[in-house]
Design a protein around this ligand. Sequence first.
Ligand code: NAP
Length: 216
Amino acid sequence: MRIGILGTGNMATALGAQWAASGHELMISGRQPAKAEALAQRIGGSARAGTFAEAVEFGSVVLIAVLHGAIREVLSAAGAESGSFRDKVVIDCSNAVVPGRFVLDLPSGTSMAEQIAGQANGAKVVKAFNLCHESIWRLTPPAFDGRPLLVPLCGDDAGAVETVRSLVTDIGCEPADGGRLEHAPLLEATAAFAIGLWARGAEAQAMLPPFEAFGV
Ligand SMILES: NC(=O)c1ccc[n+]([C@@H]2O[C@H](COP(=O)([O-])OP(=O)(O)OC[C@H]3O[C@@H](n4cnc5c(N)ncnc54)[C@H](OP(=O)(O)O)[C@@H]3O)[C@@H](O)[C@H]2O)c1
């Protein structure tokens, strides 16, 4: 499929390289055209560079991979208010986490995913890929103890969720139904909480028992 990527940093690089290797066509965009061009070249294959607006027009899927504080501005630059995202599958991987405090920077109280859905008229937003560090998304595949990494997805549009499920599978992970977009605040809070645990030296993965252990 055709994927437009907004951003030229770590997440754009990690997921873009994986999807290009799976045969998807990419357009990379950023506020610095030279960075977008350099990343497209580094990814290689058919990957090309463009503006934010061109990447949205190019992709049936759009990955938003810029810092959370820049998303509103970037969506506007891409024509969100005038309908450029209509019917696009939009993947939001952002974490609005305050560095060092590991609390959410969401003054409006609304999750990033719901803010994006509110601004990008007609977009089919799916929250995904926000739980793990970018270094994990570079692994081929991201698997631990012989099991593929589980990637929860939250979204309201069944077709969009199905599309993102296939992109999860393409990188060797296993998709999990995280519920509707109203569950995105929980996924965003889970990321902030887990990052805080990891930062304080706890093995966050170990805090949940395996499914089989429940005595029900
Ligand atoms: N890093 C992780 O481990 C990780 C994991 C899960 C989710 N995430 C989320 O993924 C998103 C991207 O993170 P990242 O690690 O890829 O960040 P990054 O490597 O720091 O890259 C940030 C990107 O945002 C762009 N940007 C920053 N301010 C901007 C502005 N005012 N206008 C336009 N573009 C702007 C940067 O452009 P310039 O290069 O021009 O500054 C760059 O393309 C974030 O929302 C983050 O919360 C990150």
